[in-house]
Design a protein around this ligand. Structure first.
Ligand code: MRU
Length: 344
């Protein structure tokens, strides 16, 4: 399976997701500013993957920082990493995890070389944990898929969006590993084309059957009766089960309900934001207009076209059949089931 992100002696290595699938190129981030830039420009993307990147960015930032005024530099590193993308809560979760450990080590009076090494080890553990979490999530989710079902997904919630294995695509992988020959329908996911470019590519790498459709074909396809379930990932889930995910997810969820197709969300507990009582409070990232007016540098709309480009939308909990986590499956009422899972 593809390696999305890795800690090496030369720096933090990431596969460049802006240019897949035509080129498989890796970039090496040598300091935290390069990691922050990679997150912002979507070299790496997907909620759990940017959490891992933020943890590694923190670790490399402290590794390269001068000994003097270290606390102030750590504040700056955290601030810069946190300012990269606003919606996926995993980013903030990972920075908090690293900051907590840093504070603990400082309180204990750790020597700086040991402190730096502990932070590097912790960032590597964030990556290892993520893969294990995805596998556990996959096992819970696989049990929900009918035998031989065609499963629609939106965006890329696969190995590329995580430390490895994937959340929504982890459910697919686990189903296949358990002997259920499911197949995938991948929505292309305008404007960044995560579905067409990334989901199709990574499934092909693993010889998992996948069919590509443009986003506006989702309703027709769900109505055809050929889709057994929809499984998507999430960037942030509010305490009431409202789900922020890639723009277009909401339309797919409404169309799934209309056509009696179950709509599942697969996400780790770190994607839950129990501080928010509803999805209305989730910040939605607005991205550059060129992502809409151009496709891979090719202009497709008249010069000066006015554009909106919200990168995410919020699916109200009434459209969500279940939320699959590494700790089990939550169903309505989500206020209770998510709280129970988060505290277990
Ligand atoms: O803008 P992106 O590509 O970072 O958005 C990614 C998504 O919306 C994914 O569906 C989500 O992060 C879940 S990834 C396991």
């Amino acid at each position: 399976m593809v390696k999305t992100i890795e800690w090496t002696d030369a720096g933090v290595v990431m596969i460049d997701q802006r240019i897949l699938p035509t080129e498989e190129t890796y970039i090496t981030c040598k300091d935290y500013l390069e990691v922050a830039d990679a997150i912002q420009t979507m070299v790496i993307r997907g909620a759990p993957a940017i959490g891992v990147a933020a943890a590694m960015g923190f670790a490399i930032g402290v590794e390269k920082a001068a000994d003097e005024n270290l606390d102030a530099q750590v504040e700056e590193i955290s601030k810069v990493l946190a300012a990269t993308r606003p919606t996926a809560v995993n980013l903030f979760w990972a920075i908090e995890r690293m900051k907590r450990l840093y504070a603990l080590l400082r309180t204990e009076g750790a020597e700086l070389p040991a402190l730096r090494q502990r932070l590097i080890d912790e960032a590597k553990e964030v990556l290892r944990d993520d893969i294990e979490i995805n596998k556990a999530m996959g096992r819970h989710g696989a049990a929900l898929l009918p035998h031989g079902a065609t499963v629609m997904t939106h965006c890329n919630a696969g190995a590329l969006a995580t430390g490895g294995y994937g959340t929504a695509l982890g459910v697919i992988r686990a189903a296949i590993e358990s002997g259920n020959p499911v197949a995938v329908m991948a929505n292309e996911t305008r404007p960044f084309m995560q579905g067409a470019r990334l989901t199709v590519w990574e499934l092909q790498q693993d010889s998992i059957p996948v069919t590509l459709l443009t986003d506006n074909m989702a309703g027709h396809t769900l109505r055809s009766g050929k889709v057994g379930a929809v499984v998507v990932g999430a960037d942030r889930i509010a305490g009431n089960g409202d789900v922020a995910n890639k723009i277009g997810t909401y339309s797919v969820a409404v169309l799934a309900k209309e056509n009696n197709v179950p709509f599942y969300v697969a996400a780790p507990i770190s994607t839950l934001d129990m501080s928010l009582t509803s999805g209305d409070k989730i910040p939605i990232e607005q991205r550059a207009s060129e992502e809409v007016t151009h496709i891979r540098g090719q202009q497709i709309a008249p010069t000066g076209t006015q554009v909106i480009n919200p990168a995410f939308d919020v699916t109200p909990n009434k459209y969500v059949t279940a939320i699959i986590t590494e700790k089990g499956v939550a169903r309505a009422p989500f206020v209770d089931s998510l709280k129970e899972l988060a505290q277990s």
